[in-house]
Design a protein around this ligand. Structure first.
Ligand code: ATR
Length: 277
């Protein structure tokens, strides 16, 4: 039987077991996916278990996404920009560390939210942490005209800008936290953790945003952040991070089992995960 895990600390909040076990059953695979709370000192033994064949692979979540970098044989290109790994698998006898968050984000934009970005699109990214690096590393491949980065700590936004600004013709601008975007901004993404707490309201004035804009908050718990509640009230199209969560899982699943998760598989899992919302 193939054993898979999601490792982190704490880990009991993780929705990954629900997602992967649903697909494991659906595709009649002889596998299990469990959560495992670890300490940093346990990371080498997880890698050993992959090497001796007792584990097929694992997902990595907070706080080990960076710690795990030094234990894998190969850092996949998907993990290079964010220098953070969320998926570990074996390929050609090598232990690979990949990051499926960025691909999951862009795939959810296109396939679930049907949002078309063009060379004229302008994007505002709130936050400049690991999630922002992962998302922008994929988003930039769509060659949008402008990416503005607004972060509480300016230096992190500058670092993100410097990292990506020579990739292609996409322009980058660093903005202060609380910056109000232009009315015609196409996409606003909240990659920051602001909004996870109940008392955290929207960090921008929705009244000044056009109904043609789309607001994507990658937080999925709570299912509606202050930003999304206001967007809903004002009739602005928006989404929480549930599709990104499921799509990044689909990309990990593909790496382990070489199975392409269908749109129906995505919708089935979404229904299970959101039944209490
Ligand atoms: P992740 O890997 O999920 O992106 P992270 O690297 O810790 O996690 O980044 C968290 C992001 O949320 C950062 O951009 C952080 O801003 P700072 O660079 O100033 O730390 C942002 N963030 C966290 N709490 C915040 C808050 N209360 N208000 C505004 N931004 C916040």
């Amino acid at each position: 039987m193939d054993k898979l895990f999601v490792i982190g600390n704490p880990i009991k909040h993780s929705k990954s077991p629900i997602i992967h076990n649903y697909w494991i059953k659906k595709y009649s695979l002889d596998a299990t996916y469990q959560q495992k709370q670890l300490e940093i000192s346990d990371l080498p033994s997880m890698i050993e278990k992959i090497k001796d064949g007792s584990i097929k692979g694992f997902n990595v979540t907070v706080p080990f996404k960076k710690e795990i970098l030094k234990f894998v044989d190969v850092i996949d290109y998907t993990a290079k920009d964010s220098m953070a790994i969320n998926t570990v698998f074996v390929k050609n006898k090598k232990i690979i560390g990949a990051n499926t968050d960025g691909i999951g984000f862009v795939s959810s934009l296109k396939k679930d939210l049907k949002l078309k970005l063009t060379k004229n699109s302008s994007i505002l990214c709130l936050g400049a942490g690991g999630a922002a690096f992962g998302i922008i590393s994929e988003l930039i491949k769509l060659n949008p005209n402008l990416i503005q980065i607004s972060n509480r700590t300016k230096s992190a936004a500058v670092e993100l800008k410097n990292h990506f600004s020579s990739f292609n013709s996409t322009k980058f601008e660093v903005k202060h936290w609380g910056f109000q975007p232009k009315k015609n901004i196409d996409l606003i993404i909240n990659t920051s953790s602001y909004g996870m707490k109940e008392n955290e309201n929207a960090c921008l004035n929705i009244d000044l945003i056009s109904k043609k804009s789309f607001i994507y908050d990658i937080i999925y718990n709570p299912s509606k952040t202050g930003l999304l509640k206001l967007a809903d009230e004002k009739g602005i199209n928006c989404s929480n991070g549930i599709y990104m969560l499921i799509r990044q899982a689909a990309e990990s699943f593909k790496k382990w089992f070489n199975i392409n998760i269908s749109t129906q598989d995505i919708l089935d899992v979404k229904e299970i995960l959101t039944k209490d919302d």
